[in-house]
Design a protein around this ligand. Structure first.
Ligand code: ZN
Length: 430
């Protein structure tokens, strides 16, 4: 029998049973091991033996990024420090850094489900995996490597950057898979093209971590390198790190490891579950994590669950790519809207550039109006504007179910920023 890293359970019911067992274990473990969690649970009036069904998760209190910062340097620690064998940290832009602890079992679990990522991406033990991501306290290249070794493929721990060396490895070591950020993937593709070595390398797949990548960028990488597949690997330090899910070869959303954590999608305002398939904030609860378990941790990341079975037949559920941060949400005519949704709708239109602005006004009639300022694509002239405006408004209406006025402006006329551009201009008075 071929070794597999997929869940041992075979049905959704068995998976739910495993989740309940893990949830009960986690609440009990955190209650006994962490004074922080014990206090929180007591304040919420919940004792470990109150958790009798998966629905009881809704009785549990939330954990937030500020809880992690307040607990610095070892937040949420639920085991004695002599059980901790490694830490990783996230380089937060504001406030204290978040440091997360791991026991030996946590590392073993992480390694196991990372091996599953490679299995999900349909690798074999013949594959050679060039790992061009960072190693260190902030980034977890080591998890890519340990997962690869556990899976049984050949790991090439190249680290990031150094395009010259990367190209040499592609040629000499005949790497078939590369793990990197999408920006690095594009640099590699252009370097391979520049050197004219496409026909001499064996690269077939790329696995992208840690940043959002536009469809246009991905299409360009795939085309230049002639790749068979590109995968998205999600991961945040709080939840182990990279490798907590992967899209399968059908690329219909990211399968996530529901035997290691429960994913709730909640309305960030009311904190109630959104209807199946609708966008909301990802809230995660771990099922096996020892050193720093998460109980209803608010990630602030937005996505939606993808209902129904995947053509690959896996029982592991799926979520969509990340649509942005809940902090960026605005409410327009009683609809919660995220800039990422507008971004997504606009990315389906080829006649426009990548820059846009969303302007919200309240007019004399008391109603709210949304204007989308969009750049025409480079090289096109204003004769298409009237038609283009109608097309954009129709696309947005169809996908987000709201009406908007559209204004098309010259290519290059909207401000650009190296950092995140400001997209939403809310002029409404409340
Ligand atoms: Zn699938």
């Amino acid at each position: 029998m071929i070794k597999t890293f997929m869940p041992e359970v075979k049905t959704a019911e068995e998976l739910a049973g495993l989740q309940l067992e893990g949830l009960r274990w986690t609440v009990n473990h955190a209650y006994l091991g962490s004074s922080f969690y014990r206090k929180k649970l007591e304040m919420a009036g919940v004792r470990p033996d109150n958790i009798k069904s998966l629905e009881d998760i809704q009785r549990l209190p939330f954990t937030t990024a500020s809880d992690l910062q307040e607990g610095y340097p070892f937040p949420l620690l639920s085991v004695p420090t002599d059980k901790v064998i490694r830490i990783h940290a996230s380089s937060g832009t504001t406030g204290k850094r978040k440091v997360l602890c791991y026991t030996q079992k946590d590392i073993d679990d992480w390694t196991h489900f990372f091996a599953r990522c490679y299995e999900m991406a349909d690798l074999t033990r013949e594959d050679r995996v060039q790992i061009a991501v960072g190693y260190g306290v902030w980034t977890a290249g080591i998890s890519f490597q340990m997962g690869c070794e556990r899976f049984g493929a050949m790991a090439i721990p190249a680290g990031p950057g150094n395009l010259d060396m990367q190209c040499q490895f592609l040629l000499d070591l005949e790497s078939t898979v590369m793990c990197c950020t999408a920006s690095m993937g594009l640099l590699m593709a252009e370097e391979v093209e520049k050197r004219g070595i496409r026909d001499r390398i064996k690269l077939r797949k790329m696995i992208f971590g840690s940043e959002r990548s536009s469809d246009a960028m991905r299409a360009r990488i795939k085309e230049i390198l002639g790749l068979e597949h590109m995968f998205d690997i999600p991961g945040m330090t709080e939840l182990y790190g990279p490798g907590t899910g992967l899209d399968c070869v059908h690329h219909r959303g990211i399968h996530y490891w529901a035997d290691y954590y429960i994913l709730e999608i909640l309305d960030p305002e009311t904190l109630e579950p959104v209807p199946p398939g609708e966008t909301g904030e990802m809230v995660v609860t771990t099922l096996k994590k020892e050193a720093a378990p998460l109980i209803r941790y608010r990630t602030r990341d937005l996505t939606r669950l993808i209902p129904g079975p995947c053509p690959c037949g896996s029982i592991l559920p799926r979520h969509d790519r990340l649509l942005g941060r809940s902090d960026d949400m605005f409410i327009f005519r009683a609809v919660n809207i995220y800039p990422g949704q507008i971004d997504h709708a606009l990315s389906g239109i080829s006649e426009i550039g990548s820059e846009y602005q969303i302007i919200l006004d309240r007019k004399a009639d008391g109603r709210d109006y949304m204007t989308l300022k969009v750049e025409r694509a480079r090289g096109l002239d204003g004769s298409i504007d009237a038609k283009l405006c109608k097309k954009i408004a129709a696309f947005v209406k169809k996908q987000i179910l709201v009406s908007s006025d559209v204004e098309v402006v010259e290519y290059g006329s909207l401000p650009r920023s190296e950092r995140k551009s400001r997209r939403v201009f809310d002029n409404r008075e409340f």
